[in-house]
Ligand binder design. Sequence first.
Ligand code: ADP
Length: 385
Amino acid sequence: MACGSDTPFDLGIIGGGQLGRMLALAAIPLGIRCLVLDPDSNCSAASVAEVINGPLDSADHLRRLIECSRVTTFEIEHTNPHFLRTLESEGNRILPAPSLLGLVADKLRQKRHFAEKGLPVPAILAEDVAGPSPYAVPVIQKARFGGYDGRGVARVEPGAEFPLPGKTFVEEAIPIEVELAVLVARNTAGEVRHWDPVEMVFDPRLNLVSSVVTPARVPAGTAARAIDLARGVAESLAPLGLAGVLAVELFMDTAGYLWVNEVAPRPHNSGHLTIESSRCSQFEQHLRAVLGLPLGDTTSMSEAAMVNLVGPDRCEPGRYTVGGRAEACAVPDVHIHLYGKRAVRPGRKMGHVTARAPSAEEALHRARLAAGALTFDTGIEGENA
Ligand code: ADP
């Protein structure tokens, strides 16, 4: 694809996974044409956007994507912030800005930035540790770069060996009561909006968010404080070029205090339910924000819950067929989102289900019922859903 001075795509997206797919889907009714870069030409976004096939950190491929797109954004942080800065300095629009991406991609720099701004983060105890833990209490070791979905995070008991190699740091372990996320959006004109805090329910075995509930089941004062903190985090990142959706992950500890864990400057798993629960979804909002449009209304329309659909534990990796659609569709006010991935693998995110209901508990019940009915069956000849 040679674009030259012509830029036929409205939006370039670095990464064509499920987030890229849902961004491109939200773009269709707005008439926004998307181009994605992904190492897999059959990636999730391939059925709804044009694809450039190549590595996410390749200078040549990034240049092609960005020069063919009026604005470029990303769905994954693991790219090449250094080269993106070069492309930005040549006059290309990349949002959020590569310097923000550089800060966020290094979890230690990110934490120090928030600490300097007076935001409550777990205390950083050490860097680049090895051997047995000298601490009298359990601590958390984290990889500085490249970790996601719990990969690159380890809880280390007193005297146990630090398991993670490479560039890592150690932080205080928080006695977590509830994990929360607040999504905030900031557009290029500086307008800021937030959604209601959501509660994230983790699957400790997979280390993945297994379900998300809105509104979070916490006291009203805690929800208000979570929103203040998230907006404070967004404000601290505004001078670095924040535009788009920012997911702020927080912990509420057993004494009711809130801590900022980390941020993701893009649509996030904790915001998938906004497609059905809010007037404007996180995906449409991200498009609006980076393309310089007014932000949409983030008012919640319903209690809702989302359950991730992941590849089963002992499945044979490979092609699959989807089972249980009829049972899942029979659950009231349930919305199924399958990501169109070509192959299933144990623990791989294959889709999600959102349910609305008069109460958060009922919504979670419905979403779990529908998710439990859906299966990814391997060993059968046939096409994927
Ligand atoms: P990732 O980016 O891989 O999701 P996180 O920093 O969100 O990594 O950590 C993954 C999980 O590990 C968190 O959701 C939380 O359950 C736990 N965790 C992370 N940091 C701490 C901490 N300081 N204290 C206690 N638990 C933590």
